[in-house]
Design a protein around this ligand. Structure first.
Ligand SMILES: [Zn+2]
Length: 102
């Protein structure tokens, strides 16, 4: 049996919007990863803990779908959506990433 992997199909992407007072300001928007790639977004983060993520693109028809995983194991251990967090039985509390992407 294959090792269990984290797979998220949604993430937050960094976008820019016009600021009311002029100029632009960045903001984060939740998007499906497929849509983000079609839109040529380049900056992603975990929507639950704001931690850095790795992008895995689908390489073949029968390969795993395009998805993201936490870059840091420590995020996965304390992110409310993290594989290790969900498996933990010590009653730990979820928290934001120690190295959030801003
Ligand atoms: Zn996370």
């Amino acid at each position: 049996m294959a090792a269990e992997r984290e797979r998220f199909y949604e993430c937050e992407v960094k976008r820019r919007r016009v600021r009311a007072t002029g100029g632009y300001e960045p903001f984060w928007k939740v998007k499906a990863i497929d849509v983000a790639l079609e839109d040529n977004d380049t900056e992603f983060r975990c929507m639950s803990c704001n931690g850095p993520v790795k992008l895995f693109k689908r390489r073949s028809e029968d390969g795993p779908a395009t998805h993201i995983e936490h870059k840091l194991k420590s995020d996965s251990e304390y992110c409310s959506a993290g594989l290790y967090f969900l498996k933990a039985t010590d009653g730990r509390l979820a928290r934001l990433s120690a190295s959030p992407v801003r």
